[in-house]
Design a protein around this ligand. Structure first.
Ligand SMILES: NC(=O)C1=CN([C@@H]2O[C@H](COP(=O)(O)OP(=O)(O)OC[C@H]3O[C@@H](n4cnc5c(N)ncnc54)[C@H](OP(=O)(O)O)[C@@H]3O)[C@@H](O)[C@H]2O)C=CC1
Ligand SMILES: O=C(O)C1=N[C@H](C(=O)O)C[C@H](O)C1
Length: 268
């Protein structure tokens, strides 16, 4: 069994901590490094101090130190952080699993470019359930292509900084693709005041933020006389972390290339 030497970025964050706990629990993985943003209170602490059982890995802000012993970096941070890590990983052949959301087009292009130099898994949601839900949405959209208004509703905790969620946007892309539409042309992200009647070719988004909601996504197909709702609800972050570990195993024999969870799960 090849041991996966993994560093975790955003080590003090919600997903960072879940990933550290998960890596420490997996027999084929070793926590080999931990990063956080310069100035974060966690810098210098043991990465597993929050678990009450030190792992002997200090949280670093210096990328060379934090990644010295790692072949993989799992990064769930912010676009600006991921893009900084990306440049270093591409240069030094560290494989990257990116869960961060909220990238603009330039950020996505930078990730695609870096994938010519190192292997990258980039997915706004690493849950197996969410990715299977995407396939259900593709099927539903293809078969409900006339007379159904499509609305995507997502709800997350009060700390989330980007909207709509990366998952909701990906769901929109999957649905638009299945219908032969371009999401950039048909997405409606907000409604207020006198909006006029709904454009039947639009795909609407609604965002809810509050409390500790881990992540809920519902796609509504609404027609005259019936409604179909396809929902996924997360009650824990563990399944995202398990997905990220599956992604690392998938990248183990890849040197370059840009992949997503469909590749990992054989859903293409
Ligand atoms: N793909 C998936 O399956 C999932 C994706 N996500 C995405 O992961 C990301 C993180 O979510 P979450 O863990 O809840 O967020 P948190 O805010 O809890 O954690 C983010 C971590 O990244 C650090 N950070 C912030 N800015 C930078 C930077 N510029 N450089 C380096 N590190 C930085 C933060 O440090 P500090 O706290 O000091 O600012 C913190 O440690 C989000 O984009 C979210 O949408 C979340 C869950 C699942
Ligand atoms: O910020 C979060 O928490 C989550 N972010 C991801 C997204 O934007 O889709 C995935 C998940 O919904 C949790």
């Amino acid at each position: 069994m090849t041991e996966l030497h993994i560093a975790i970025a955003g080590a003090g964050g919600r997903m960072g901590r879940m990933l550290i706990e998960t890596v420490l629990a997996e027999p084929d993985a070793r926590l080999a490094g931990a990063l956080d943003i310069p100035g974060a209170p966690s810098i210098g602490e043991d990465a597993a101090a929050f678990l009450g059982k030190p792992a002997g890995v200090a949280i670093e802000s210096d990328l060379a130190k934090g990644l010295a012993n790692s072949r993989f970096l799992i990064d769930f941070t912010r676009p600006e952080g991921t893009l900084r890590h990306l440049a270093y990983c591409a240069e030094h052949g560290v494989k990257l699993i990116i869960g961060t959301t909220g990238f603009d087009e330039a950020g996505k292009a930078a990730i695609a470019e870096a994938a010519k130099k190192t292997a990258i898994l980039f997915a706004p949601n690493m849950s197996v359930g969410v990715n299977v839900t995407m396939k259900l949405l593709e099927y539903a959209a293809k078969n409900l292509n006339i007379g159904y208004d499509i609305e995507i509703i997502e709800a997350h905790h009060r700390h989330k900084v980007d909207a709509p969620s990366g998952t909701a946007l990906k769901m929109g892309e999957v649905i638009a693709g299945a219908l032969g539409r371009d999401l950039k042309e048909c997405a409606v992200y907000a409604r207020e005041g006198v909006t006029g009647p709904r454009d039947p070719s639009s795909i609407g988004f609604a965002t809810i933020r509050g409390g500790d909601i881990v992540g809920d996504h519902t796609v509504l197909f609404a027609a005259d006389g019936e409604r179909i709702e396809i929902s996924h609800k997360s009650s824990s972050r563990l399944h995202y972390a398990h997905g990220a570990l599956r992604a690392a195993r998938f990248l183990a024999d890849k040197d370059t290339g840009l992949y997503d969870m469909y590749d990992v799960l054989g859903l293409n």
